[in-house]
Design a protein around this ligand. Structure first.
Ligand code: PGA
Length: 273
């Protein structure tokens, strides 16, 4: 086996993805609870929330003084122009956002977004000073036919081919097996370990700095499986959908992530992985 690239044990990143959920009043209560609940958590833990576009202003207003960063769930592949309904990266950045998810499987599937479009969106995000969270993942059928690595390589290569080494070293990658998203049961720790190792090796082909980017796991991360998943080697945190809508659950997941900071492989036993 080739040498495993250095992985970041000194920090963890947990990003909430609200998807198309929320409302002004409910958001306020949730954001206040999260601001309060995350205050005393380990400084090595970074936290972000990707909200629907209309709530970016609210996130800026209510999270501005907190440790929680915010972002969008998508953006346009264009800079500006006659693209009705589109939202540009610079518009998202105008609201103090740090992140933009690109290539989420729900966009790939329901909006027919292809690998090249996703790569263009990642590039637009970087140009606007945002950190793109690039999602990759295989479907159930692709896994059953043993196409997982081929699918992930194609999705990732489209992005890596488009970006300079410096740009590629500034992205966040999220492995989100499509079959685990919203299903209530996450991928197994073994599957996550194998895929993250594969992704890390693949990233390393673009250079050592790229091999060190955060690689998150997403797909039914819950309070009861978070510690196990986050203690898998080369998992730098999580992208959390459903459980990010509930303050108690999201805070428990953040706590679990904080608890795995600095953990080394030998200490995994008590997490169930
Ligand atoms: P889930 O969603 O946590 O509800 O499975 C994850 C995602 O789609 O990012």
């Amino acid at each position: 086996m080739s040498k495993m690239p250095e992985s970041k044990v000194g920090s963890k990143l947990v990003i909430g993805n609200w998807k198309m959920h929320g409302g002004l009043r409910g958001n306020e209560a949730l954001l206040q609870a999260l601001t309060h609940g995350t205050k005393a958590m380990s400084p090595g833990l970074r936290i972000g929330l990707c909200v629907p576009f209309p709530y970016l202003a609210q996130a800026q207003q209510l999270l501005g003084d907190s440790r929680i960063e915010w972002g969008a769930q998508d953006l346009s592949s264009h800079d500006e122009g006659a693209y009705t309904g589109e939202v540009s990266a610079s518009m998202v950045a105008d609201f103090g956002a740090r992140y933009a998810i690109v290539g989420h499987s729900e966009r790939r599937e329901y909006h027919r977004e292809g690998a090249i479009l996703v790569a263009e969106k990642a590039e637009r995000a970087l140009e606007a000073g945002l950190t793109p969270i690039v999602c990759v993942g295989e479907t159930k059928e692709e896994r059953e036919f043993a196409f997982t690595e081929r699918v992930l390589s194609a999705q990732l290569d489209a992005v890596l081919d488009r970006l300079s080494v410096e740009q590629a070293a500034s992205i966040v990658l999220a492995y989100e097996p499509v079959w685990a998203i919203g299903s209530g049961s996450s991928a197994s720790c073994e599957d996550v370990r194998d895929v993250h190792h594969f992704l890390r090796q693949h990233l390393a082909q673009k250079g050592p700095a790229v091999a060190r980017i955060p690689v998150l796991y997403g797909g039914s991360v819950k309070p009861d499986n978070a510690a196990g998943l986050f203690s898998v080697p080369e998992v730098d945190g999580g992208l959390v959908g459903g459980a990010s809508l509930d303050a108690e659950q999201f805070l428990a997941i953040c706590e679990a992530a904080a608890g795995t900071i600095g953990m080394v492989a030998a200490h995994h036993d008590h997490t169930g992985c």
